[in-house]
Design a protein around this ligand. Sequence first.
Ligand code: KG4
Ligand code: ZN
Length: 346
Amino acid sequence: MITLGIDTTADDTCAAIVGNGKHVLSNIIFSQSSLHGKFGGIVPQIASYEHLHNVIPCVDAALRESGIDISNIDLFSVGLSPDPALSYYFISLSVAKVFSLVYKKPLVGIDHMEGHIMANFAENLDIKFPFVALTVAGGHTLLSYVSGLGEYQILGHSRDDAAGEAFDKVARLLKLGYPGGPVIDKAADKGNDESYDFPSPMIFDSSFDFSYSGLKTSVVRKVRELENNYPNGLPEDIVNNLAASFRKAAIRVLVEKLFRAVKYKNCNSVVLGGGVAANKLLRELVVDRGKEESTATYFPTVKLCTDNAVGTAIAGYYKFLKCGGDDPLTLKHYREKPLTNWFTSA
Ligand code: KG4
Ligand code: ZN
């Protein structure tokens, strides 16, 4: 079964073609980072215009790269957003509905966060349920227990800024560029992470929730204080030290709660997804901790951590096999909460 996945629920226009839920035949991403960069985050009006402009060329590129004609697509899978609706979310949804109706093939809607989890299955066919999933992106930080395909129990989420958003805001403050994660990673590798003692908020809290606004505020305060001594801009070594100390504080709490959740659910594997899962320190610490605690650890390669429609297509394939298609005339964005169980999502 050949699935075409399409997603416009964040700032990349994504289309991918996947055979039988595992063979990636194409993975096309039209990035908008350079356009949103100067604003330090996604600007909805720009995202809408760019997605509208790019969605058909992106699908066309995915078809060309795979060598598949659209009439041979068996299933259309579209990314849905768990957030209150923004106009650009509807671009892939509308396009996928039209394809489904015109080519008379089924359509399935897949939560964007679910796509991030399922992208792992493109590269790791040996992942076994149950597992604890940490989905860390620009808009969401979610810890969940996944007992089977489409069976989610949310354990915790960010009460304020998402982890990726904190990376983006700190990178902007340090004038490092956008998106924040990769540039902070690069600067942090050259810095000393013990230079500044930033808090890892809620690390000792018994819940599985996260909070990033306090950490961000501490970094802002420290930067303002240092700027008094360096009116012409912070020297590179200080920026690197700030980036390293921030990265350590931000990542430490993710690793701590992830492995606490593993113990709580008495399970032995973890799956990471979303842009922040590309973080070098997070990957190192999770692998080390997994070895110490005999827990299998799975991450997508960096290209499949950040936005892509490969995970959308894989999840769509399994959802269709398990639950059948959604109605192309009525399929909507969930708008309530992320990672809705497949059998209760109607
Ligand atoms: O999943 P994603 O591409 O889009 C959303 O669903 O939001 O995640 C984007 C986020 C951005 O905030 C970006 O700064 C962050 O992922 N990110 C990283 C890294 N690469 C991307 N965060 C930390 N370290 C990275 N290496
Ligand atoms: Zn994403």
